[in-house]
Design a binder for this molecule. Structure first.
Ligand SMILES: C[S@@+](CC[C@H](N)C(=O)[O-])C[C@H]1O[C@@H](n2cnc3c(N)ncnc32)[C@H](O)[C@@H]1O
Length: 346
């Protein structure tokens, strides 16, 4: 228990910051939808010019730009004149390390609509997204190709940090063929294949999930060694791998659906094969070892996807259900915040 003295002005300020947090997210989302970081680019631009180019009310544009400056995305060099700060640079679309799609996706009205029903999801445990839209998240994306492309790009941008540290954190060299299940645009498998020139790959996802894969594989110069297969992991997964990889896939689903995906992997994996889930592993209780974003992601799974983040015990149980045995949990170097949760057939 904390005593009253712990309730400082700083703690009070933190509560106010938390409550205003969704407004900050809207500023970031609105900025990328107007493409303000691209329009400002390497120059100093005036609010009047940007209002004209974006077709907005001038004073309102100034206010948006000033909020961006206060949030350290821009600098206001003199009244009404703005240039990008480091944060704003990361929202340009022309940078390889850009986060603009992540910002656009996680502030998209479709995702936010479910968050408005968090209270109801907590009461019932039901996925708000399915109730709002009458379909699950991935089926909904099939009806919105532009949002699906944004989602794929957001996943790729979110995966870059993990992809940069995964190849050196695990001995992929002892396998012949790695199959990335739900591998999206191939950001992770590309990084692994680049580091292990003798390794072959199979990238597996839905047709929508794979829509941007060709380009990613080509830029990484691994197209020749990576087959691309479209399908549904609730029906089957490709044969032919001795390592099956699932990054940020199992957390999208409840235990029953997750066990079904793993069960399909169990049917095709050889006895000497390995399966690797790449996800956060939550401690049994909140101990400060994981950033708050992991727990927000967990709630995002509740409201938008119907999945959840899991503890080591949860993974052990899930693996057991699907005919696997957990063999190791290897945390990736910070700040990735992800672990390699390895299993072998039991
Ligand atoms: C959260 S994303 C993760 C993508 C990628 N592994 C990453 O970490 O960046 C989940 C992926 O699962 C794919 N997916 C969803 N339902 C699927 C299904 N029924 N069969 C195959 N892939 C599916 C999605 O298209 C998406 O690429």
């Amino acid at each position: 228990m904390v005593d009253d003295q712990a309730v400082t002005a700083e703690v009070r300020g933190n509560i106010v910051r938390l409550v205003f947090g969704h407004m900050a997210a809207q500023v970031v989302g609105t900025a990328v939808r107007f493409r303000l970081p691209d329009l400002i680019g390497d120059r100093e631009r005036t609010a009047a010019e940007l209002a004209e180019e974006c077709g907005t009310q001038p004073q309102a544009m100034t206010r948006l730009l000033r909020a961006m400056a206060a949030l350290e995305l821009l600098a206001e060099n003199r009244p009404g004149h703005f240039s990008l700060a480091a944060g704003g640079m990361l929202l340009r679309t022309d940078r390889p390390d850009s986060l603009h799609a992540l910002a656009g996706m996680f502030t998209d009205p479709a995702m936010l609509q479910s968050w408005q029903r968090l209270e109801s999801s907590v009461r019932t445990g039901e996925t708000a997204f399915d109730q709002e839209f009458g379909t699950d998240f991935f089926d909904y994306l099939k009806t919105r190709p532009e949002l699906s492309a944004l989602f794929n790009a957001a996943m790729s941008q979110g995966a870059q940090l993990t992809a940069s540290v995964t190849p050196a954190s695990y001995d992929f060299g002892r396998f012949d063929t790695v199959v990335d299940i739900g591998g999206g645009d191939g950001t992770l498998i590309s990084a692994i294949l680049r580091e292990y020139p003798a390794l072959n790959g199979i990238l597996f996802d839905t047709a929508e999930g794979l829509a941007q894969a060709e380009q990613t594989l080509r830029s990484a110069e691994v197209t020749e060694r990576c087959a691309v297969r479209a399908g549904d992991f609730f029906a089957s997964v490709p044969e032919g791998g001795d390592l099956y990889l699932l990054k940020s896939v199992i957390h999208d689903w409840d235990d029953e659906r997750a066990a079904s995906i793993l069960g399909h992997c169990r049917r095709v994996i050889p006895e000497h094969g390995r399966l690797l889930i790449v996800e956060p592993v939550l401690p049994e209780a909140v101990d400060g070892s994981n950033p708050a974003i992991m727990y927000l992601s967990d709630l995002n799974m509740l409201v938008n996807l119907g999945g959840r983040e899991r503890t080591r015990g949860d993974f052990e149980e899930l693996y057991r259900r699907a005919g696997f045995e957990l063999t190791s949990v290897t945390p990736l170097p910070p700040p990735a915040g992800f672990c390699l949760v390895e299993a072998k057939p039991s």
